[in-house]
Design a binder for this molecule. Structure first.
Ligand code: AMP
Length: 306
């Protein structure tokens, strides 16, 4: 089983209440593929980098066995750059700068093996490019997509065309509200279901995530982390864990999707412990397993009889 990932490969400038770093490796495809690589193999990464992209950042993917055949290099420009600043409570991110650079010329071309992936992850990227990928894949069993306010505000029509073609949409609470004009997340979910997807995940930052599928609601807790350094990439690491698990197990039942939500939450919880993808560089499978059980214990509700 294999997973196809498309998205941005970036350098980020990030300011949090705990520090400031520039040109940290980032991008939706970076976090998605690294996170998923702990579950399924191979992960086919489709993206583009510019002339400034460092060899050591390529090695990070290679060390995790990620297939880079579909990672294009365009020496005529620089890698996508994104700068942002987080509020003190880390729940609000202000975008300061988005330089598309080589992304402006990106045309995702899938390799033959990537076309056959059982699961497809459309990372946060221009919706037109997400559609280009869907036009090339063969018969994936499950397609999920992420997006962000940038595309909701400026690219609504193309975005809706993409949403209509996926099995699952993953957004955070504010994006769900912005996309639908509904404040209640349950009402927003109803509107999103009329757009096409059968499954929906709404991420609520440090308050966990909701999975809505076949009229059932599952609420995953958030892991109480002592030191959050950088929330960047948490959403993508979540989706990587979620889809990596589904791809590996090739099981799309409701129960297995609940497991996937927890594996996604586990990966997000590790990612925020360091700047950029640093924490994923030295993460082990045992740590992932252990945190899964901690998540399980977090919401074990005893019977009312005492
Ligand atoms: P997340 O924190 O999971 O929402 O994802 C953050 C990542 O998304 C950062 O590493 C950015 O490089 C990337 N990103 C930010 N804006 C865009 C955009 N407009 N298109 C594609 N990727 C973006």
């Amino acid at each position: 089983m294999s997973l196809l990932v498309v998205g941005s490969v970036a350098y980020d400038g990030t300011e949090t209440p705990f520090g400031k770093r520039d040109r940290v490796p980032g991008g939706s495809a970076t976090f998605l593929s690294l996170s998923a690589s702990f579950f399924t193999n191979p992960v086919h990464l489709i993206g583009i980098v510019g002339k400034d992209y460092a060899a050591e950042d390529i090695q990070r993917f290679e060390k995790r066995g990620i297939d880079l055949e579909g990672l294009q290099r365009d020496d005529s420009g620089d890698t996508f750059y994104y700068a942002s600043k987080y509020s003190y409570d880390l729940n609000h991110r202000e975008s300061l700068q988005t330089d598309l650079n080589v992304f402006e010329r990106f045309d995702p071309v899938l390799t033959d093996v990537a076309k056959k992936a059982n699961v497809v992850a459309l990372g946060n990227i221009e919706p037109r490019l997400q559609l280009r990928v869907l036009d090339q894949v063969e018969k994936p069993k499950f397609v999920a997509m992420d997006t962000m306010n940038f595309w909701i505000e400026g690219w609504n029509e193309q975005l809706k065309e993409t949403i209509a073609r996926v099995d699952m949409l993953v957004v955070n609470d504010s994006e769900a509200r912005e996309l639908t004009g509904e404040h209640s997340l349950l009402k927003a979910a109803e509107v999103i279901f009329t757009m096409g997807p059968k499954h929906l995940v709404i991420k609520k930052g440090e308050h966990g995530a909701l999975l809505l599928t076949d009229g059932e609601l599952f609420s995953a807790p958030a892991y109480p982390i002592v030191d959050i350094f950088d929330p960047t990439g948490a959403g993508d690491a979540f989706l990587g864990g979620f889809l990596g698990w589904l791809s590996y197990t090739d099981n799309f039942s409701k129960d297995n999707m609940r497991r996937a939500v927890i594996f996604g939450s586990v990966m997000a919880s590790f990612t925020v412990e360091e700047f950029g993808p640093e924490r994923l560089d030295n993460l082990t499978n045992d740590e992932i397993q252990e945190r899964y059980y901690e998540f399980q214990a977090l919401s074990e509700i005893p019977d009312p009889q005492h």
